[in-house]
Write a protein that binds this ligand. Structure first.
Ligand SMILES: [Zn+2]
Length: 344
């Protein structure tokens, strides 16, 4: 079954957020955000794939995000582009094969190039060749589909979508919508998604930037507007009407963040817990938003609860909380009464 057939049958879970997860673990640097870990410590990438799979992700997304030509240029390592991309794809495929019983899908990914400039037509050509080279590597690796994501411009997304569809690969087009609720070229989320549906995207939706509530606000309109499958992959942070995106966000309870912006490495106090992410997943399921996921900030515990919330039984569900055995909160009669009665 391909992605579309799977989505026709019901929701799937897609765990993302590899860059942030690797930064927190100390395997890449915030700022440039280049997935060098794919070459330097591939075993760590494999392990994160495993954790997300065990938590219920139906998709193993090759960690090629931000491993594109412009990102490697900025750290002076363009020569690593091809080995990085190919290694990431290979790691994803190999890890998926460790779980033959799960029928996992492997996907490739293209993202914002950071060079697109509507006033400079030469950048359109550059974007096109960046997307095409990545799509070809993903195709060569035999991915099940490709996600184009975190793109702010309709015009840039068109180039990405074309690169995927001209290779006859299933395409997911996910916009990241800045403050003001419109793309950088002035389209509402729902209009931007409708344009992509009309141009042949198989799934359209939103990822990154916004927390679950601010994502859902726009996702409702997308769901109403398009007839194809819809994707929603928020960041697990409590963004608000005043600060809907996490790129510029304050933590009012903390006065020691250098520069005052909690993005990207001081977002901890704004974290959504697993239950908040589960609520998002449930709402998606109810609204027939079937490509359900999580972006920057994701950890396996979020993914597990989201997966359980939509009725799945991920491997790591085995270790779901069981407070009946807790020394203080437990209900098991063999626990000591003196420890259960005290208030800490
Ligand atoms: Zn993200």
């Amino acid at each position: 079954m391909n992605l579309i057939e799977r989505l026709d049958k019901g929701p799937i879970i897609c765990a993302e957020g590899y860059l942030f997860a690797m930064e927190r673990r100390g395997y890449l640097s915030a700022g440039a955000f280049v997935p060098e870990v794919v070459l330097e410590h591939p075993e760590v990438v494999t392990q994160l794939h495993r954790e997300f799979i065990r938590a219920g992700s139906d998709v193993v997304q090759a960690f090629t995000y931000y491993g594109h030509r412009e990102k490697l240029r900025i750290i002076g390592k363009e020569n690593l582009l091809e080995p990085l991309q190919k290694n990431a794809l290979n790691i994803a495929k190999k890890t998926a094969k460790e779980f033959p019983q799960l029928n996992l899908m492997v996907c490739g990914d293209v993202a914002n190039t950071n060079i697109y400039d509507p006033k400079d037509s030469s950048t359109l050509k550059q974007c096109q060749s960046m997307y095409e080279e990545q799509v070809l590597w993903a195709k060569e690796a035999g991915v099940d589909f490709i996600v184009a994501e975190t793109i702010n411009w309709v015009e840039e997304m068109k180039i990405a979508l074309k690169a995927i569809k001209q290779e006859n690969i299933i395409a997911v087009a996910n916009f990241a919508i800045p403050r003001g609720d419109i793309t950088r070229d002035g389209f509402s989320a729902e209009d931007a998604c409708k344009i992509m549906e009309d141009l042949g995207a198989d799934v359209v939706g939103l990822n990154c930037y916004r927390g679950p509530k601010m994502t859902m606000k726009l996702l409702n309109k997308v769901r109403d507007k398009v007839s194809c499958h819809v994707a929603g992959l928020p960041v697990p942070y409590r963004t608000t009407e005043e600060e809907p995106g996490f790129l510029n966000i304050s933590d009012n309870d903390c006065d020691c963040i250098p520069g005052g912006n909690a993005f990207p490495v001081a977002l901890d106090n704004l974290y959504c817990n697993r239950y908040e992410m589960a609520e998002f997943a449930k709402e998606c399921k109810k609204k027939n938003i079937n490509f359900i996921g999580i972006c920057c900030g994701a950890e396996a515990h979020h993914v597990r609860e989201m997966s359980i919330a939509i009725g799945k039984k991920p491997i790591s569900m085995k270790y779901s909380p069981d407070m009946s055995k807790h020394f203080h909160h437990g209900t098991d009669n063999s626990l000591k009464k003196i420890n259960r009665e005290i208030k800490y």
